[in-house]
Design a protein. Structure first.
Ligand SMILES: Nc1ncnc2c1ncn2[C@@H]1O[C@H](COP(=O)(O)OP(=O)(O)OP(=O)(O)O)[C@@H](O)[C@H]1O
Length: 228
């Protein structure tokens, strides 16, 4: 069972790395179009939770439901396919392919999902414009600034119209002005497309863009009062 209306929900997730417990009975859910911030101190289990929710890491016990699938019961191949078709990812660093232009980077996930080159590049151009970086089409990631590169990464994550966007410290490498702009563009675009967003951050000013905040501490999660 998943909470009514939720798109992605986890129940009683537990995960240890050897003798180090990372998750110790975590419940979590997110609705379509909702942005949920996952906060907590360093080492509290935020990234592990994100990786379990996205089907990258298999928890030791507990379940993850996604849109009628029990993600935790699916094969590795099926979880990879779902990740490619339904999920988008934005990380702090190094996610663009250095040999490709920014336009090709944004078009890449669409191409991998079978979209023809021309259509993929048209969509990629629209997303680069939406993220206010339409001047970097022909440049490679090494030739653009950190803020521009992060906007390209957000464009790439959203261009495939993911139903869930996973963002792990998406502004961690940016100055505060760039960070705020990226968060505004990211959350506006996600809300427009009704994507659910799982946003891992340790910065309250980034979490402020979320509809709800969940705090992970010592492997357990609780709702931050007043944000639900
Ligand atoms: N691959 C791994 N192998 C061993 N231990 C790990 C691994 N990944 C995480 N851990 C441990 O699990 C716990 C939770 O780590 P996790 O990365 O989920 O925390 P976090 O809240 O995301 O931390 P940070 O904010 O520093 O990124 C920590 O004690 C960490 O050392």
């Amino acid at each position: 069972m998943t909470p009514a209306g939720s798109l992605l929900a986890a129940r009683d997730l537990r995960k240890a790395y050897g003798r180090t417990p990372a998750l110790d009975g975590v419940d979590f859910s997110v609705h379509p179009g909702e942005v949920v911030a996952v906060m907590g101190p360093s080492g509290s289990g935020k990234s592990t939770l994100l990786h379990c929710l996205a089907g990258i890491v298999r928890p030791d016990s507990g379940t993850v439901h996604y849109d009628g699938h029990v993600l935790t019961a699916e094969s590795d191949a099926r979880r990879s396919a779902l990740r490619r078709s339904d999920f988008g990812f934005v990380f702090q660093f190094g996610q663009l392919v250095p040999e490709l232009t920014c336009l090709e980077n944004v078009a890449l996930p669409l191409r991998l999902n079978g979209v023809k080159r021309k259509a993929a590049e048209t969509t990629a151009r629209e997303w680069l414009a939406r993220l206010e970086v339409d001047d970097v089409h022909g440049k490679r990631p090494g030739e653009v600034s950190g803020g521009q590169g992060q906007r390209v990464a957000v464009a790439r994550a959203l261009a495939g119209r993911p139903r869930v966007l996973f963002a792990d410290e998406p502004t961690g490498a940016l100055d505060s002005l760039n960070g705020e702009r990226v968060m505004t563009l990211l959350t506006d675009a996600a809300r427009d497309t009704r994507a659910a967003v799982v946003l891992v951050t340790h910065e309250p000013r980034v979490a402020a863009y979320a509809d709800r905040e969940v705090v992970v501490r010592d492997g357990t999660a609780r709702e931050l009062a007043g944000t639900a």
